[in-house]
Design a protein around this ligand. Structure first.
Ligand SMILES: *Cc1c(COP(=O)(O)O)cnc(C)c1O
Length: 363
């Protein structure tokens, strides 16, 4: 058996230790005589798995007691609709920061419920940076401010938390591709959500962190399975939850706590990984990354080759070296290496070595 170097943007690499543990427990979960995926979600065994996952997640992010953690389905894309549905019951205009493809999709969903206000956009720069704090202009009747912390496709991330406290607005953040990559001050946010398949676990489960006082703002006639309060009131078990994905997410949280040593340790590893790759790009005349240094993503590193006609060759040779999923998103082109938590420093070293070698031979 060989595990190759997987730089996929999502569904993404999982920690090998987690998969090994899942394999051991696959047929007979800890002496219960059945697999986690065969158990009732109402059984005491699964309830304990679910509760432990939430406890560990709360501990990792130091989530304050006045926040609820919800486990939903539908991905981050469903949350693009859930955010306006759950926060516009009292009226007001949804405000958005536009930094690329994912924030644009979120804005389109909000527009279904009444046009959103774009409080700042860096589209004119080709999304090569995030907006500065002084470029953000909220509408006078803003209901919340939404932004995407890390644009997975563009490869840019906020290096600061937008200030909305003075306006008393909830700050809402799509953290699908950056949650758990560094510590976080949850109290600065009203709502944080993330699809699992980048840094949490397999696809099929979505985590929402919501401040309790925001649970009564849903628009009337919100379908029950799209309403955060229904999940909060039913321990995220209003219907059958994605039990196996929940269990695997729990194993990832345990791995982060026990094997890695928490999010400060994870951040240090992630900084070394991305630094190594950006250094390799910056040291070369052959590779380039288009993002302003302060807005560079810790998790997703797009890069181009000086000669586009070599893209196919680069990808083929990379794959032959066991370096998988480096093709950039179809809307951007070039290459992209995603360096989520489960990607190791050894994976990144294999990539930079290959890049230097390829440049010598072709550049
Ligand atoms: C992947 C991603 C999404 C979409 O997630 P789905 O689970 O496919 O709906 C949304 N936002 C960001 C930032 C992402 O990285």
């Amino acid at each position: 058996m060989t595990r190759l170097h997987n730089f996929c943007a999502g569904p993404a690499a999982m920690p090998s230790a987690v998969l090994e543990r899942a394999r051991e427990e696959m047929l007979d979960y800890r002496g219960q005589g059945l697999s986690v995926m065969e158990m009732s979600h109402r059984s005491p065994t699964f309830e304990a798995i679910a509760a432990k996952a939430e406890r560990d997640f709360r501990e990792l992010l130091a989530i304050p007691d006045n926040y609820r953690v919800l486990f939903m389905q539908g991905g981050a894309t469903m949350q693009f609709a859930c955010v306006p549905l759950n926060l516009l019951g009292g009226g007001g205009t949804p405000n958005y920061l536009d930094t690329g493809i994912w924030s644009t999709k979120a804005i389109k969903e909000a527009d279904h419920l009444g046009a959103g206000h774009v409080a700042a956009s860096t589209k004119a720069s080709g999304y090569a940076r995030v907006p500065r704090a002084d470029e953000i202009a909220l509408s006078s009747d803003a209901a919340y401010l939404h932004y995407c912390h890390n644009e997975t496709i563009g490869g840019l991330a906020f290096d600061y938390v937008p200030e909305v406290d003075s306006a008393g607005l909830p700050l809402v953040c799509d953290m699908s591709s950056s949650i758990l990559s560094t510590p976080l001050d949850v109290s600065q946010y009203g709502v944080i959500y993330a699809g699992a398949q980048k840094n949490i676990g397999p696809a099929g489960i979505t985590v929402v962190i919501v401040r309790e006082d925001l649970l009564d703002r849903a628009v009337a006639r919100t379908p029950s399975l799209l309403g955060w309060k229904v999940y909060a009131d039913n321990d995220s078990m209003i219907n059958t939850p994605p039990t196996y994905a929940w269990y695997l997410a729990g194993l990832v949280f345990e791995w982060l706590k026990d094997d890695i040593g928490g999010l400060h340790a994870m951040e240090a590893i992630n900084r070394r990984k991305s630094q190594a790759l950006y250094d390799a790009i910056d040291a070369s005349e052959f590779y380039a990354n288009p993002i302003a240094p302060a807005s560079r993503s810790l998790m997703n590193v797009p890069f181009t080759l000086a000669d586009d006609s070599l893209n196919g060759r680069f990808l083929e040779e990379a794959e032959a070296e066991g370096l998988l999923n480096l093709k950039g998103h179809r809307s951007v082109g070039g290459m992209r290496a995603s360096l989520y938590n489960a990607v190791t420093e050894a994976d990144v070293a294999a990539l930079t070595t290959f890049m230097q070698d390829f440049e010598r031979r072709r550049g």
